[in-house]
Every structure is written in structure tokens, then in C-alpha cells.
Design a binder for this molecule. Structure first.
Ligand SMILES: C[S@@+](CC[C@H](N)C(=O)[O-])C[C@H]1O[C@@H](n2cnc3c(N)ncnc32)[C@H](O)[C@@H]1O
Length: 439
């Protein structure tokens, strides 16, 4: 291909990335751009098109329709979720339920899981309420769960999960809500399933707030680990719309790292040990909400940020403590809203403890979960240099390769992971299930 051809292809791919961002909110700026290029190849294969450039042209041609949405949802979003993720977030729901009962209100409690993925989050909300507020009858709880990806929604509606979905929650403790199917999978109890309404909804679109989508007057909205895929202007736009969907005093729950660089006008932030939420306190002044988010310190909002748990006094430039203490500081920084500071502190810890395999492993996981695949790769390399047979290290490496769109490499790492996992049934199961999905 000539240099001119290369430039034309790059331009077409750029335009396609811009169109995808405008239609879905998913942004591929900076380091994520390589992910888009790799995904285009896989999308082209799915459409039987000759390559990335042809797929980019297809994305650009004609009106944006369901077929384009479905393809993007399938190839450009990540289905990482599990039951009772960041458990304190579910206390927020229970507190709102108790407040509703205390007010003697007759209306149902309304919860929305926006970006619900394969359903673990909305089912966790339902079961947290059953366990935490049994005096609230299930028929007075309305849980809406939406996602862009129909394939994820199909899995969510079926309600069948492998052990990996329970990696932070013991299924034995949830026996009342899950039926073992005898093949290592569990089915969500029918009464719990009946409480959750699944629907496709594109957060980058304008279908909310609206009575037609059932998104009005929500008490709590979970929008965790979704905003991080959007550009700043789109994230601010989504946050403003979600605010309009909440009742006064309602709560928007996000991931701590998503709270760091965004402005949430008209909300008061509340930091919990492993979760962050924003409470809608008062009607906003009539001035329009800016879509270009100014980054201001949370302390600059009108009300002080109450902290349910005191966080350790910490600064990224302080001397790096050893091992678990280093990771505790990194997590405290992230929970305090300082994603960049947390990653900076992590980089220093990773170098200070270059020979600690457990630290490299934890650091890789944190870096991956907080959107720094380059740092994650660095840590996984170190980990596998120190412990070449570390099965979880191979799983982490597979996650990194998958993020970069290198499917054959991902497969081979998952096979290595299974070979090395020995008696670790959970890891065997997770790697096996993922391999099945890839085949
Ligand atoms: C990492 S999962 C988060 C799942 C869950 N909220 C959690 O925290 O465990 C991100 C989800 O956001 C969804 N998503 C991405 N862009 C979206 C959009 N524009 N509208 C709706 N959902 C979107 C993806 O399909 C994916 O299921």
C-alpha cells in the first residue's frame, strides 16, 4: 500500500471512531485508539468484509442504525462485572428503602442499573434489598436494568451464572436466591428475576429521562464502570441527564475512579469505604449545565464531602510503604477520588518492590481496573519473571491482550492459565468459560 493509501485509510478509521463516539459515547482517544483499530478487524471478520478500512467505511455509510449499534456494543464494550461488586454501594439502596418506609410513602422504590452488563448488578440490588430490608415487599421494588449490548441483556434475562460471577461473594451464602444446576452454574431464583426489568438503552442517546423508558423519579441510579468509557463531554452530558432522572435526595452511584475527573453539578459527593455516590440535594439553578466538565476539587462543591469511613491521611509523594500498606494507600487515594495520584503512587510502589510477586499481581489488577493497561502489562511481566508458573498472572495477561484486541494470544494465555491452575476450580472455570466464548 502506498503512503497516500495509508493516509486515506487512517482518515477513514479516524472518522469512523468519531462517528462511533458520537453515537455510543464510547471514546477511543489516546491509548484506547489501538483497541479500536484491533476491534475493527474483528468486526470486519464478523461482517465478512475484507478488513478494517472496509469496516470503517461501513460504519460511516448511511444512517446510524441498530445493526451498527449492535456491532459496536458487541465488539467495543467490556463485560466485566460480578455479584455484590463493591458491597457498600448496596447499603445505599437499603438506606433509601428504609427512608422511603420511614416516610410512609406508598410508591415503589425505584432503582436503575444503567450499564447493567450481564445482570449481576441489578440482581445484587434485588437480593441486597431482600436481605437488608425484608419489610419492603418485593412488589414495591421496581428495578430497571439497561445496557447497550443485547447479547449481555440476553445473558442477564436467562439469569444463569458461573462461579466466576461470584468471585467476591460466596454462593453458599446466597443459597436462597440461586439454584445450583449441577454443572458448576447457578440460576437466579425466579422471584428475584421477576423483580428486574431488562431493556436496551443507549446512554449516549436521548431516551431518558422519559416515562416511555421508565427512567423517571429514580431513588438510586447505579452507573458504575460505564462513564470511564466515555469522553469528558459525553460523561458530563450523561451525568446531567441521569440527575434529571433522580428524585430530590436520590443517589447516583459510580465507581471511585469515575468520580475523580468529573464535575457533578447539583450533587453532594459521599465517599464510602469501597464506593462513591452523589446525592441530588436541591434543584439546580436555571443556568444550563456545561457539557465541558471543569475539573474542580470535590472540596469546592457547596457542601463538605461527608466520609462514612475515615480514609488514611495519604499523599502520592509521601514515602512508599511496603507490601499491603502500599496497596492500601493506592486504594485510599483512588477512593478519595484521585485516580491519577493512585496510579502514580502505584508506579512508585511497583518499582520499590520490584521483587514482590504478590505486590506485582495486585498492582496489575488495580492498573487494569483503573484503565492503565501499560502499567498492568509492566507488572504482569515482572510477576511472570518472578513466578513463571503463576496461573492468575496468565489470566491477567490474557485480559491485557484481550484489551489490545489480540485474540489468538488471549486464547493461548487462557490455555496456559488452565494448564497451570491445578486445583483452583474458580480460575479453571473462569478461563474455560472465557475460552468457550472466544471459540
Ligand atoms: C464494565 S461493564 C459495567 C457493569 C456494571 N455496571 C458493574 O459495574 O459491574 C460496562 C457496561 O457498560 C455498557 N455500555 C457501554 N456503553 C454504553 C452506552 N452507550 N449505553 C449503555 N450501556 C453502555 C457496556 O455494554 C457494559 O455492559
Amino acid at each position: 500500500m502506498s503512503a497516500i493509501d495509508d493516509t486515506v485509510v487512517a482518515d477513514v478509521v479516524d472518522l469512523a471512531a468519531q462517528r462511533v463516539e458520537a453515537a455510543t459515547g464510547l471514546t477511543f482517544a489516546g491509548m484506547r485508539r489501538r483497541q479500536f483499530d484491533a476491534a475493527l478487524e474483528r468486526m470486519a471478520a464478523a461482517l465478512s468484509l475484507p478488513g478494517a478500512a472496509a469496516c470503517a467505511s461501513w460504519l460511516l455509510a448511511g444512517p446510524w442504525d441498530d445493526a451498527r449499534n449492535a456491532l459496536c456494543a458487541r465488539f467495543l464494550t467490556v463485560g466485566e462485572t460480578y455479584f455484590l461488586r463493591e458491597p457498600r454501594a448496596f447499603d445505599v439502596v437499603c438506606d433509601q428503602a428504609r427512608a422511603l418506609l420511614a416516610r410512609g410513602a406508598a410508591r415503589p422504590l425505584r432503582i436503575w442499573s444503567a450499564g447493567c452488563c450481564t445482570g449481576e448488578e441489578p440482581y445484587s440490588i434485588a437480593l441486597a434489598l431482600r436481605r437488608g430490608v425484608p419489610q419492603l415487599p418485593p412488589e414495591r421494588v421496581d428495578i430497571l436494568a439497561t445496557d447497550l449490548n443485547d447479547a449481555f441483556l440476553d445473558i442477564a434475562r436467562a439469569g444463569i451464572y458461573r462461579r466466576w460471577s461470584f468471585r467476591r461473594a460466596d454462593p453458599a451464602g446466597l443459597a436462597a436466591f440461586f439454584r445450583p444446576l449441577g454443572d458448576g452454574r447457578y440460576k437466579v431464583d425466579a422471584s428475584l428475576r421477576a423483580q428486574v426489568r431488562f431493556a436496551r438503552l443507549n446512554l449516549a442517546g436521548d431516551a431518558y429521562p422519559s416515562a416511555a423508558t421508565g427512567t423517571l423519579a429514580q431513588d438510586v441510579i447505579f452507573c458504575r464502570n460505564v462513564l470511564m468509557y466515555f469522553g469528558p463531554a459525553q460523561a458530563a452530558h450523561v451525568i446531567a441527564r441521569l440527575r434529571d432522572c433522580l428524585v430530590d435526595g436520590g443517589c447516583l452511584v459510580v465507581n471511585a475512579s469515575e468520580a475523580s475527573t468529573r464535575l457533578f453539578p447539583g450533587f453532594t459527593p459521599v465517599f464510602l469505604e469501597d464506593a462513591v455516590f452523589f446525592r441530588k440535594d436541591a434543584p439546580l439553578a436555571p443556568a444550563p449545565v456545561s457539557v465541558a466538565p471543569a475539573v474542580v476539587p470535590l472540596a469546592a462543591t457547596s457542601a463538605p464531602a461527608p466520609r462514612a469511613e475515615p480514609l488514611p491521611a495519604t499523599s502520592p509523594s509521601a514515602p512508599v510503604p511496603a507490601g499491603a500498606a502500599a496497596m492500601a494507600r493506592v486504594h485510599a487515594l483512588a477512593q478519595g477520588g484521585g485516580r491519577e495520584e493512585a496510579l502514580q503512587c502505584l508506579r512508585r510502589a511497583v518499582e520499590a518492590e520490584a521483587l514482590s510477586a504478590p505486590l506485582q499481581q495486585r498492582a496489575a489488577l488495580f492498573a487494569l481496573e483503573h484503565g492503565d493497561p501499560a502499567l498492568a502489562r509492566h507488572c504482569v511481566r515482572r510477576l511472570l519473571y518472578l513466578e513463571p508458573d503463576n496461573a492468575f498472572g496468565h489470566y491477567l495477561w490474557a485480559l491485557i491482550e484481550d484489551t489490545a484486541g489480540r485474540r489468538p494470544r488471549t486464547r493461548s494465555l487462557l490455555r496456559d492459565c488452565r494448564r497451570l491452575a491445578g486445583a483452583d476450580a474458580e480460575l479453571l472455570d473462569a478461563a474455560g468459560a472465557w475460552l468457550e466464548r472466544l471459540s
